[in-house]
Design a binder for this molecule. Structure first.
Ligand SMILES: NC(=O)c1ccc[n+]([C@@H]2O[C@H](COP(=O)([O-])OP(=O)(O)OC[C@H]3O[C@@H](n4cnc5c(N)ncnc54)[C@H](OP(=O)(O)O)[C@@H]3O)[C@@H](O)[C@H]2O)c1
Length: 412
């Protein structure tokens, strides 16, 4: 290498060296980029806590920030119960869990199928969880799952008829915690129980929550309003849930040891954020890929977004004193709006959420019962025909194959 370079210098003379001004400009540009990147990376968690033996339930642990939290906690030895909407037989899920186990060196990672867009699915899982004596160990619940409709897309309702953002981001957490509440309250007093909610600064831009019923109003809907409103409702509910826990008189007379903590992870490069930025379109994805360096520069990585969650999960001081704190950049911060702690709003929201759940669950139970009846009736009406068909085939003594294929169909 030096020889061709020396030859070049001898042959063509010394190459042009950029002027001092140009060098200064390049150095300044690198420094500015470095500074922006350093600022956008956010704070790192420096708290550590023994996680071996702890049982942590986590929603949204398959993607973005939730996946980064799951990996970090698994690496520290926690036993994870991932609540996922896929079937446990889904090959991508099986692959994901195998990979998580391999990367963390921790075999104690399990998945439970819970579709957060279905009240029925949540109830099925949560009632199964609490149906255990003595109560199952549960050290932490991390509620990280969320959905958001990309701008320009239309309003989606779940199969149960509830607006999807309200359901997944708020009502699912309300329903899950309401059912799990006895299991949380029954944990031994020496445990430090934490319920960590994923928040977002967008809650500050939400229209006020009157009683929650306005979230179902089609006229008032837009993707960003629906998302910010769901996060505001979640924040109000989280405060009320802490009060609900604190009001419980333990049989041993000891104080409540379960604390709610909110975390704002900051803007991060996750699949959810990508869906939002690209408006869920192919052309949007093209633009995103072309401008990827901007996302890299201004947004945190998923691991960066996970830092405040890890802080909330491990910082010792958060296991003492009052619950209901808000964490951002690994620091405790104040809530940016007063209605978050308004007891009247919280009461109305709680009551309306309960009413909505009760109504929808009753309607869905009736639907399921009708469907079951119809299925049984159609099976009954098919049975005589089949047995008649089977008899004639046997009687004629000619068509053994036919009767076998019918039986197979019925088995299916
Ligand atoms: N990213 C940001 O910039 C940012 C900023 C502020 C706050 N946050 C909050 O931080 C949390 C994590 O954000 P993220 O961007 O990492 O999220 P994400 O990439 O969009 O992942 C969302 C997770 O929720 C799960 N999920 C969605 N619908 C579900 C359902 N019906 N049942 C069960 N699980 C469901 C998804 O599962 P599948 O992947 O299987 O669908 C996925 O694991 C969210 O609560 C978000 O609001 C994020």
């Amino acid at each position: 290498m030096p020889l061709p370079f020396l030859g070049e210098v001898l042959w063509n003379g010394v190459p042009n060296i950029p002027s001092g001004w140009t060098i200064l400009k390049v150095v300044l540009a690198i420094m500015v980029v470095g500074l922006i990147k350093w600022a956008s990376m956010g704070a790192s968690n420096t708290s550590e806590r023994q996680m071996h033996g702890k049982i942590i339930m986590i929603t949204g642990g398959t993607s973005g920030i939730g996946a980064a939290i799951a990996l970090s906690l698994a690496q520290r030895g926690a036993q994870l119960v991932l609540l996922v909407h896929q079937s446990p037989k889904d090959i991508f899920l099986v692959d994901y869990i195998e990979d998580l186990r391999e990367r963390s060196g921790n075999e104690l990672i399990y998945a439970e199928q819970v579709d957060l867009s279905s009240l029925y699915s949540i109830r099925q899982f949560a009632t199964k969880w609490i149906d255990n004596a003595p109560p199952r160990r549960l050290d932490m619940i991390i509620l990280c799952a969320s959905t958001l409709t990309p701008p320009g897309k239309s309003r989606i309702t779940t199969d149960e008829g509830i607006e999807e953002t309200w359901m997944v981001n708020y009502l699912a957490n309300f329903h899950l915690l309401s059912i799990l509440s006895p299991a949380i309250r029954a944990q031994p007093p020496d445990r430090d129980i934490r319920i960590i909610f994923a928040n977002c600064s967008s809650y500050t831009r939400s229209p006020p929550i009157k009683d929650g019923s306005e979230a179902m109003n089609k006229k008032e809907w837009s993707p960003s309003k629906a998302y910010s409103r769901s996060k505001l409702a979640l924040t109000i509910f989280g405060q009320a849930f802490q009060k609900h826990l604190d009001a419980y008189r333990r049989p041993d007379g000891l104080p409540m040891n379960a604390r709610v903590i909110f975390v704002d992870p900051g803007y991060s490069r996750t699949p959810g954020m990508r869906r939002w930025l690209t408006r869920g379109t192919l052309w949007g994805l093209g633009v995103y890929l072309v401008l990827w360096q901007n996302a890299w520069l201004f947004l945190k990585s998923s691991e960066g977004g996970a830092q405040s969650f890890l802080y909330a999960a491990m910082e010792a001081t958060l296991g003492r004193g009052a619950g209901g704190k808000m964490i951002k950049e690994c620091l405790e911060v104040n809530y940016a709006r007063p209605d978050v702690k308004d007891e009247n709003i919280a009461k109305k929201l709680w009551e309306n959420s309960e009413k909505l759940i009760e109504r929808v669950e009753r309607e869905e139970a009736v639907k399921r019962a009708l469907q079951k009846k119809e299925k049984e009736a159609s099976e009954k009406s098919q049975a005589p025909k089949e047995s008649a068909g089977a008899t004639s085939a046997t009687d004629s003594g000619t068509d053994g194959k036919k009767s076998k294929s019918r039986k197979q169909k019925k088995g299916k």
